[in-house]
Design a protein around this ligand. Structure first.
Ligand code: GDP
Length: 448
């Protein structure tokens, strides 16, 4: 008997301050893979979930056994083709179990890059989720259903293709990869691909995307053709470009504001890990942090100590802008920290705002009116208190000062106020969405 049951627990180890690391230097010298986040948008049933499931499966992020399990379950309810779509499921409960469960996967890797799929598509209340995702995305995959009539349905008649595209653009997403999907259903018709490409290129350019930031890839998520695996000879004779994964991996260096003050947006708080420690999950929008740092939460001004940092299930001594991190923290009152809060260093705290000037894209007609202000998981009631000016969409020049209203589809600067003098943790450069009666009415970036 080792006596372990009765032995007193060892005294807590003395709290020596950890040696501070020069994080910027360490980051500059590290050869770690680039961490890249993206959102998947497109009309319902375009094949978004299936395509992502295909990527996760073919890159080995999901194993054969798991997929077989889903296949069996899907076949039992007569929907065999849904198995791939089920691979992509990331829920709060699964994440709070601490480690990645084999079902809850939203990451995959290539030799150069770690990709994170933000906010799984397919949720019922998709737009708010997508907004939260778009605010953190480096680029977007726009999935188009190429089967007969489907592209047209998604594109016209208030289809979601347009709404989603405008939304991600106004949230500051610059690069879009258009997956022209389900081409198997039209016999890999090259003319169909060209037709969709032409129309989408025109639309994307009008929406403010630069030609060099748009790519088109023909594929079939369901059959796994030109997603990861190169098509067999003769299947797409009219296409010699990259596969979808190759296109994702094309060396785009995404600018990371690592030398700016720390801003970490909290998207989840849960108990996890071996010790069931309070853990914060979120993304570092700017700056960096390291183990042992004391951070300040906004708006409630709680001080928290970073006990450990975990990125992709691996402990790390530091993290920088662009990283999605799990922070084990101590020294805080759980009631005072919520999704939507920000963590910063006490030396460069964020000052919550009661009103701000927003440059936005209007989805509905805007007048001075009540709105819900959304930033990621944060939302608060407010109002558009003044319309400042509208802009020409093609060249950005001012078209009208003090307009009486802003018509849907127009760019404008407006003043937004919180209700009753409340303040929220936002500042210039952050992305905001305005909703009214459950509809997204505008999205844009805080100017000042
Ligand atoms: P989502 O709503 O955009 O996530 O779409 P899903 O991934 O759920 O797919 C919708 C339907 O399209 C399902 O019945 C899929 O099996 C089917 N589907 C998805 N991808 C393809 C594809 O590449 N080719 C064909 N023919 N059907 C597909």
């Amino acid at each position: 008997d080792s006596g372990a049951k009765t032995a007193p627990s060892p005294p807590p180890s003395p709290k020596l301050p950890k040696a501070k690391i020069d994080v910027l230097k360490a980051y500059g010298e590290s050869s770690e893979k680039d961490h890249v986040n993206f959102v998947v948008v497109g009309h319902v049933d375009a094949g978004k979930s299936t395509l992502m499931g295909r990527i996760l499966y073919d890159t080995g992020a999901v194993d054969e056994r798991t997929l077989q399990k889903f296949r069996k379950e899907a076949e039992q309810i007569g929907k065999g083709s849904f198995a791939l779509a089920w691979v992509l499921d990331q829920t709060h409960e699964e994440r709070s179990r601490g480690v990645t469960v084999d079902v809850a996967v939203n990451k995959f890797e290539t030799e150069k890059t770690v990709f994170t799929i933000l906010d799984a598509p397919g949720h019922k209340d998709f737009v708010p989720n997508m907004i939260a995702g778009a605010a953190r995305a480096d680029f977007a995959i726009l999935v188009i259903d190429a089967s007969t009539g489907a592209f047209e349905a998604g594109f016209h008649l208030r289809g979601q293709t347009k709404e989603h595209t405008l939304l991600i653009r106004s949230m500051g997403v610059h690069r879009v990869i258009v997956a022209v999907n389900k081409l198997d259903s039209v016999g890999w018709d090259g003319a169909r691909f060209e037709e969709i490409k032409q129309q989408m290129a025109q639309f994307l350019s009008n929406a403010g995307f630069n030609e060099k930031d748009i790519a088109f890839v023909p594929c079939s998520g369901l059959e796994g053709i030109n997603v990861i695996k190169k098509p067999e000879e003769g299947v797409i004779p009219w296409y010699t470009g990259p596969t979808l994964l190759e296109e994702l991996d094309i060396t785009t260096k995404y600018a990371r504001p690592v030398d700016k003050p720390l801003r970490l947006t909290v998207s989840d708080i849960f108990k996890g890990g071996a010790q069931n420690q309070p853990t914060v999950y979120g993304r570092i929008d700017s700056g960096y942090l390291q183990e042992g740092d004391v951070l300040l939460s906004v708006p409630n001004k709680e001080q928290v100590t970073v006990k450990s940092i975990v990125i992709n299930d691996e402990p790390r001594p530091w993290a920088v802008a662009g990283h999605n991190v799990n922070l084990q923290i101590s020294g805080f009152d759980e009631l005072h920290l919520r999704a939507g809060d920000l963590l910063c260093h006490p030396t460069s705290p964020l000052q919550p705002l009661k009103c701000f000037q927003l440059k936005l894209l209007a989805f509905e007609t805007l007048t001075p009116m009540a709105v819900d202000i959304h930033r990621g998981h944060l939302h608060a009631p407010g109002r558009i208190s003044g319309l400042l000016q509208t802009y020409d969409k093609s060249n950005g020049t001012v078209t009208k000062k003090k307009p009486r209203h802003v018509a849907a589809g127009n760019l404008a600067s407006v003043m937004v106020e919180l209700v009753a003098g409340a303040a929220i943790p936002v500042e210039a450069g952050m992305k905001i969405v305005l909703r009214s009666n459950g509809q997204t009415v505008a999205a844009g970036i805080i100017e000042k």
